[in-house]
Design a protein around this ligand. Structure first.
Ligand SMILES: [Fe+2]
Length: 104
C-alpha cells in the first residue's frame, strides 16, 4: 500500500488533512481512469465491450464528481470559483476569472 499522498510526515498531519489528501488522491485516480477508458473506448472494436467500458467510464465520472463535491464542501472559496465556471456557456477562462474575483 502506498502512502504517496503525504508530502509531510503523516503523524504531523491532522485527521482532516489526511482525509483531504486521500480524497485528492482518489480524485486523481478517478480522473486517470476516465482518461484510460477514453483511450480504450477509442480503439475497441467489439461493440459489447465498448458499451461496458463506456458504462464504466461514466461510473468513474460519478466517482470523480463525488470526490470533488467532498473537497468543495471543505473549501467554500473553491466552490465560489467553480460555480462561476461549471455548467455555464461561453468563455471558460473569463468565467473562471470572474469567479476568482468573487473570492478576493
Ligand atoms: Fe472509480
Amino acid at each position: 500500500m502506498g502512502f504517496d499522498q503525504y508530502h509531510e510526515p503523516a503523524q504531523e498531519l491532522s485527521e482532516a488533512t489526511r482525509t483531504f489528501a486521500r480524497m485528492i488522491t482518489s480524485l486523481t485516480e478517478e480522473a486517470e481512469a476516465i482518461g484510460w477508458y477514453e483511450q480504450r473506448i477509442s480503439v475497441e472494436k467489439n461493440k459489447e465491450a465498448k458499451a461496458i467500458m463506456q458504462n464504466a467510464q461514466q461510473e468513474e465520472m460519478k466517482h470523480f464528481g463525488m470526490d470533488l463535491e467532498f473537497l468543495l464542501r471543505k473549501k467554500p472559496e473553491w466552490r465560489t470559483i467553480l460555480k462561476a465556471v461549471l455548467f455555464t456557456k461561453g468563455d471558460i477562462v473569463e468565467a473562471a476569472t470572474k469567479g476568482e474575483e468573487k473570492v478576493d
